[in-house]
Design a protein around this ligand. Structure first.
Ligand SMILES: Nc1ncnc2c1ncn2[C@@H]1O[C@H](COP(=O)(O)OP(=O)(O)OP(=O)(O)O)[C@@H](O)[C@H]1O
Length: 666
């Protein structure tokens, strides 16, 4: 029986067989995935007496999980149906009577304990995700009380770290430090270059100073980020900020400079969801800082919180407006959904005025919640000047202000260039090779201009060591090539289609081959940039790590292709090597990345970013995606996309249905 063919009466008395046939039909029409159908079938087999609607609910919960929603929100069925083109019949079926009763469907207390589905208020979860969400909420709520702190000393140290100014503006980094000092859990959010790293280094200096003043052992601090790339970036900026920190040497020495990936920190194991560190084997630390928290999915956050000892502080840094994590959840977004307006309590505002002289009364709200008192938003970008095209465009996109975004793009600008669509005479592959510098309004010094792929290819060719060179010279060369590659990145919203990564990677390789920059345009060849697409624990390479194939002699003197990856911090400390070389034959899961998706670029920044939007209607084209793509650019942005695509992106939001915010509100 097809879903289109059955009457309401038939539906109410539908058999499992009929329901599964209906779901099978939905798979054929790409409304569901085979995996969703398989899950519905599993539910039907486990409980042959189950109301057939439970099978439909199971399939939909599975489908939404695949899209990053930890639950099916039954109060949002109409909106979900519109977003997913679910047939009206499904809604009618689900709207009829009370929800099905089955031993496979637990209630909010989690009972029966082995039920694979859990209905918690109006949200239906796969048990595992319900457990993650409850665990995250529980651990965060447990950290929302104020910690014991000497206000007198805190005030004095804040004055040291933030010398008084004559302006009356709220000094948000100082507010962030004060709020974080009084709590075991804090979130510092802000756009690119708003000083998150600078602030957290000051905060660590503050916490360590207060600790040492009490003649206590120094706090054990660990720093982590979700990906190797993000960890490496934070490593560089942390080291710079610590060097500038005005604190006694004893305090400076007690702030770590090493940033690890979260996987490594928690002790990830190959082929296992479990980590070496968990509730029974907690991390040995007093303070955990996690950067790029927008990339952390619900499962990862649950694992991190599970491994955190009860007394430890957790400090999250990230940009709440970026795309959510690839996997299910939107933890940072859920935590920061009220950050814009502050939502501070009056007593906290009074305390802040006394402690840091900051007047946040404009951000006091009657409906303030406990969680709001742990969130600080940095609001001023130090990276982008007030007249920066990139900075202003990012703000307009965030605000969904289409007229302003168009006006900014249409005006000549020194750090931003817009091409409404790639013309036939300037194919994207050519623009990516040359960097499109001529389109920027003002001239740049020739040695300081937006570059394209040619930049790293020239470095590869011009700086190649002589045949007789030693390994150190090859190390240096490979490091320079990797750095040069990082200067420019072509980003796409999508993988498929004319403006997708797959096609552009093929076209660019063909062009580079035709113009003699590379020796082949498929398989392994020198100059091929690749990204790991899964973690390889045996090689110590993580999903998202980028390497470049280079021809060089091995330890046996034979010249062959190796893939150069940035060395891990440990390896750098052990043998000073900045690069590690891996044979291509050992790399199973890699893809070419002349062009990469915006999703894959999270946690990275490039001097020059060329962002390509698809022309056609694409559900993936959202405000968060456009904002994330734009803010990957440190100095120059080339945007390729029609006005209609930009408008579409601004009108679509990424919404993840989750119960976390509700669990945390009180
Ligand atoms: N209060 C400040 N006054 C002047 N410059 C500052 C201030 N805070 C930070 N900066 C500078 O602004 C730049 C960006 O700061 P920082 O790296 O801390 O920002 P971020 O928010 O962590 O950036 P990202 O978006 O790269 O993560 C740095 O060069 C830093 O030295």
């Amino acid at each position: 029986m097809r879903w289109t063919a059955c009457s309401p009466k038939e539906r109410a008395s539908m058999s499992h067989k009929a329901m599964l046939a209906m779901l099978d039909d939905a798979v054929t029409h790409h409304l569901l995935r085979p995996l969703d159908l398989a899950f519905a079938r599993f539910i039907g087999e486990r409980d042959p007496q189950a109301d057939p609607r439970l099978l439909l609910l199971a399939a939909l919960t599975s489908q939404l999980l695949g899209e990053g929603h930890p639950c099916l929100d039954l109060q949002a069925l109409e909106a979900l149906a519109a977003e997913h083109a679910w047939p009206r019949e499904w809604l009618d079926l689900l709207a009829t009577t009370a929800l099905p009763v089955s031993p496979l469907l637990a209630s909010a207390d989690g009972l029966p304990a082995n039920a694979p589905l859990v209905l918690d208020r109006h949200r239906l979860y796969l048990r595992r995700y319900w457990r993650y969400e409850c665990g995250v909420a529980q651990q965060m709520l447990a950290r929302l009380g104020a910690v014991d702190i000497d206000d007198h000393r805190l005030r004095a140290e804040l004055r040291q770290l933030f010398p008084p100014t004559d302006h009356a503006h709220v000094d948000w980094p100082r507010v962030a430090c004060a709020l974080a000092a009084r709590a075991a859990f804090s979130v510092i959010t802000g756009g690119p270059g708003t000083g998150k790293t600078t602030t957290v280094v000051r905060l660590l200096g503050l916490l360590q100073t207060l600790q040492l003043q009490r003649a206590a052992a120094p706090l054990r601090i660990r720093l982590a980020a979700p990906t190797g790339k993000a960890a490496a970036r934070l490593n560089t900026s942390i080291a710079r900020q610590i060097a500038q920190l005005e604190v006694p040497d004893t305090v400076r020495a007690a702030i770590p400079m090493q940033v690890e990936t979260l996987h490594r920190l928690l002790g990830a194991r190959a082929d296992s969801r479990r980590y070496a560190h968990d509730r029974r084997h907690p991390l040995h630390l007093d303070v955990l800082v996690i950067d790029e928290a927008s990339m952390i999915d619900l499962e990862m956050m649950a694992a991190a919180l599970d491994a955190l000892p009860p007394h430890a502080r957790l400090i999250l840094l990230g940009d709440k407006d970026q795309l959510s994590s690839v996997e299910a959840g939107s933890v940072l977004g859920d935590l920061c959904r009220r950050a814009e307006q502050g939502h501070y309590r009056a007593d906290i505002a009074t305390w802040l005025r006394e402690i840091s002289s900051d007047d946040v009364s404009a951000y006091v709200r009657e409906d303030a919640q406990a969680l709001d008192q742990h969130i600080a938003m940095l609001r001023h970008s130090h990276r982008f000047a007030a007249d920066s095209g990139i900075g202003q465009l990012a703000a307009a996109v965030n605000a969904g202000d289409a007229p302003q975004a168009h006006a900014l793009l249409a005006a000549p600008c020194s750090d931003m260039a817009w091409l409404a669509s790639a013309a036939a005479d300037t194919p994207l592959a050519a623009m990516a090779l040359d960097g499109d510098a001529d389109r920027f309004a003002s001239g740049h010094a020739s040695d300081d201009a937006p570059q394209g792929l040619r930049f790293y290819l020239q470095c590869l060719q011009n700086q190649r060591p002589a045949n007789s060179a030693d390994i150190a010279a090859y190390q240096q060369w490979a490091h320079a090539v990797l750095e040069a590659f990082n200067h420019f990145q072509l980003l796409c919203a999508v993988r498929q289609g004319p403006a997708g990564t797959e096609r552009l990677n093929r076209e660019i390789a063909a062009r580079l081959h035709a113009t003699g920059w590379i020796e082949a345009d498929r398989g392994w060849y020198e100059g091929r940039p690749v990204m790991m697409t899964r973690n390889d624990y045996s090689l110590g390479l993580m999903n998202g790590d980028v390497g470049i194939a280079l021809r060089m002699p091995g330890s046996d003197g034979v010249v062959r292709l190796y893939v150069a990856f940035p060395a891990t911090r440990d390896a750098q400390e052990q043998n000073g090597a900045q690069v590690r070389f891996v044979l291509p034959s050992r790399l199973g899961d890699v893809e070419t990345v002349y062009a990469m998706t915006v999703h894959k670029s999270q946690g990275s920044e490039f001097e020059h970013t060329m962002l390509v939007l698809p022309d056609e209607d694409s559900p993936i084209l959202t405000r968060e995606l456009l904002y994330t793509g734009i803010t990957r650019a440190r100095r120059w942005l080339s945007l390729v996309g029609t006005a209609a695509s930009i408008e579409q992106a601004l009108s679509q939001r990424t919404r993840r249905y989750s119960g976390l915010a509700e669990r945390l509100s009180s």
